[in-house]
Design a protein around this ligand. Structure first.
Ligand code: SF4
Length: 187
């Protein structure tokens, strides 16, 4: 049986982010959900609360997920590629992503999702090793270890483009999440 060493993760000091974090941000939602959503790294509010995607970005993400028909507490497990906040919300470094990867792999093994949603370029790079613009990647199904993977825009990017109407990032993300829902319903 797959297990997750929660105590070990909460005490982890495998990279330099351990020195500046307040809390290790592990995950939220249903740990046996068919859908897993992976973001980049915790921000300031997540660092204080210990809960991923809790700030404005997280609220925007939850709204879009609910619009697409998901129950965010039951249908999804949400986490980040890196579990500790990078100072000043900088992008996680390559060595930090690598140091934190075993925790992410353990989470994926535990949740065993049929579908993974990756929010933003860092999450895509962390899991798939693919470096490309999100405008090219989003909305296109990928495959990783037998699982369907959907890259979508990061909710922080959506907040910066919230006013864009038809055909804009918010609208495109709605379409991507509906495609995710359809894929899960087809299983
Ligand atoms: S970011 Fe990951 S690897 Fe680095 S200290 Fe936190 S839990 Fe450990």
């Amino acid at each position: 049986m797959t297990t997750f060493d929660l105590d070990g993760c909460l005490r982890c000091s495998a990279c330099e982010l351990a020195a500046t974090r307040h809390k290790v941000v592990v995950g939220r939602g249903n740990p046996v959900a068919p859908l897993m959503l992976i973001g980049e790294a915790p921000g300031a509010q997540e660092d204080q609360s210990g809960v991923p995607f809790k700030g404005r970005s997280g609220q925007a993400l939850d709204r879009l997920l609910m619009e697409a028909g998901f129950n965010v507490d039951e249908d999804i497990y949400i986490c980040n590629a890196v579990k500790c906040r990078p100072p000043s919300n900088r992008r996680p470094k390559k060595n930090e992503l690598a140091a934190c990867r075993p925790w992410l792999d353990m989470q994926i093994a535990l949740v065993n999702p049929a579908v993974i949603v990756l929010t933003g370029a860092t999450a895509v790079e962390a899991l798939l090793g693919t470096k490309a613009a999100m405008t090219q990647l989003r909305g296109k199904w990928q495959s990783w270890q037998g699982r369907s993977v959907m890259p979508i825009f990061h909710p922080a990017y959506l907040l910066r483009h919230a006013q864009t109407k038809e055909g804009g990032p918010v609208e495109l993300t709605r379409q991507d999440l509906l495609a995710v829902r359809t894929r899960l319903c087809e299983r």
